[in-house]
Design a protein around this ligand. Structure first.
Ligand code: NAD
Length: 442
């Protein structure tokens, strides 16, 4: 039995409702993951001791660090790193730059990483971190200063066999290059080459892997293909809505367009838009890169957030923030499937409402696992001083994603439950078997 939620929660308040999230006030994200975990625990009747261990992160770090900005002013920043589990391997998880980052969010995201890595059979545990600020208010020079100072402040709390960060919302390969460079420079010079794999999601020239940039979107697409195959649904001619047009959202839409899927509705922090004829996903991505948002894209008709969720599409991919689909949004939705590109985009009531309406849901810890899978390949390549061709990375990713999807689909039939609970069941069984074999010392 998981400890009562209030005992496990931090005293830090959740963030204010996200911009544009007009339907409901955001719940505490750690409550959501705790409720999901509880269902997984019940599905496999997990031992109480192991359930108690896994219901809390191992380590929670909060760092206040000063940064001298290029203006000459010094500003204090608040950074987080939560390490949930390292039972299956080193802690692994992204670094988020966003003004709403808070401790319980990092705790939830860190535990999702544990389940995601266990489900994908990766030799990793789970972690997540972030810095509480709005990166769009800073230019590249200040972002570099913030990133380097945060990495220095993290110091030995990260490491290539201990805790391996990666990009997440508001961060990218450039952020990871700066983190890697800062970290190797605080190591002794003889160790510098060996520790470059302290972060993944680096640019290719800094030791990144081919295919990492698009890996999460590619993984989402493999899940959509598997779902479509099982449902005998033709993707050619299908319509798509995507919330969030950053790394995950834009790559998903671009890859799906090659399969004949049309992006008709899209939204981000600058607004929601529709084009019944279909957006060109490549031109849209170029526009977002230049203008830092969707607003102002030629031919896009602005719609409300409510209209966005009510839009008539076949496939809905949330790829922005967490807790975007509550019961109010679910009530409006008419799609056939929700495939969670983002982490935790659907709350407990939202999921129940979707399933009750017969809308399928492919959960985050399966759907967006492509990113951490290719991060693992990057880490392996760095460790072995290898550099794999794109085809090699794609072939491995595809095999692993399709195998995971099939394992979940088969097990869901046995357990007679939904896909999310099944994902938890599989992940928890793997952790349980390891705990049982190793024992709990002393
Ligand atoms: P990103 O920073 O590249 O893009 C985030 C998108 O969300 C942007 O389009 C932004 O405008 C939008 N957004 C922000 N606030 C919003 C709001 N209030 N309303 C609507 N849209 C808003 O981030 P990303 O890497 O694409 O990550 C998106 C999600 O996917 C996150 O939940 C992240 O944890 C998850 N994820 C990312 C990866 C990865 O490899 N990048 C892997 C797994 C999961």
């Amino acid at each position: 039995m998981v400890k009562k939620q209030d005992e496990n929660k931090s005293m830090e308040a959740p963030a204010a409702p996200a911009t544009g999230n007009s339907f409901h006030t955001r719940a505490n994200l750690f409550d959501v993951v705790t409720a999901q975990l509880q269902r997984g625990i019940e599905a496999i009747k997990l031992d109480d001791d192991i359930a108690a261990i896994l219901s809390q992160p191992k380590n929670e770090l909060i760092i206040h660090f000063p940064v001298k900005l290029k203006s000459g002013h010094v500003r204090m920043f608040k950074g987080y790193r939560v390490q949930h589990s390292n039972t299956l391997g080193p802690f692994k998880g992204g670094i988020r730059y966003h003004q709403d980052v808070y401790l319980d969010e990092c705790k939830a995201l860190a535990s999702w990483m544990t389940w995601k890595c266990a489900l994908a059979r990766l030799p990793y545990g789970g972690a997540k971190g972030g810095v509480k600020f709005n990166p769009s208010e800073y230019d590249a020079e200040d972002l570099e200063r913030i990133t380097r100072r945060f990495t220095h402040a993290l110091g030995g709390n990260i490491g290539p066999e201990w805790d391996i960060p990666a990009p997440d919302m508001g961060t990218n390969s450039q952020t990871m290059d700066w983190m890697m460079d800062t970290y190797v420079n605080i190591m002794s010079h003889v160790d510098r080459q060996a520790v470059k794999r302290v972060v993944t999601g680096k640019s290719i020239v800094c030791g990144g892997s081919q295919g990492r940039e698009q890996a999460t979107g590619q993984g989402v697409v493999y899940c959509i293909q598997e779902w479509a195959h099982a449902k005998r649904f033709s993707l050619d001619g299908a319509t798509l809505a995507v919330q969030g047009y950053g790394n995950v959202g834009s790559n998903t839409a671009r890859i799906l367009s090659r399969l004949g899927v049309t992006l008709t509705t899209v939204g981000d922090h600058t607004g929601y838009f529709k084009n019944p004829e279909g957006f060109n996903p490549h031109k849209l991505a170029d526009h977002v890169k230049k203008k830092r948002g969707l607003a102002g894209y030629p031919g896009a008709k602005a719609i409300s957030r409510e209209e966005f969720f009510a839009s008539e599409v076949d496939i809905f991919v949330p790829a922005a923030l967490e807790l975007q689909i509550g019961k109010d949004e679910a009530k409006e939705m008419t799609c056939k499937v929700v495939v969670e590109g983002a982490n935790g985009p659907t709350d407990i009531e939202g999921e129940q409402a979707l399933l009750a309406k017969g809308i399928d849901l492919v959960p985050d810890i399966l759907a967006n696992s492509g990113g951490v899978i290719v991060s693992y390949y990057e880490w392996l390549q760095n460790k072995r001083s290898e550099s794999w061709e794109l085809e090699e990375v794609q072939m491995r990713l595809e095999r692993r994603m399709r195998r995971s999807y099939q394992a979940v689909a088969d097990r869901a039939r046995d357990l007679k439950t939904d896909m999310r609970t099944t994902c938890y069941a599989i992940a928890l069984e793997r952790l349980r078997d390891t705990y049982r074999a190793r024992g709990i010392w002393p």
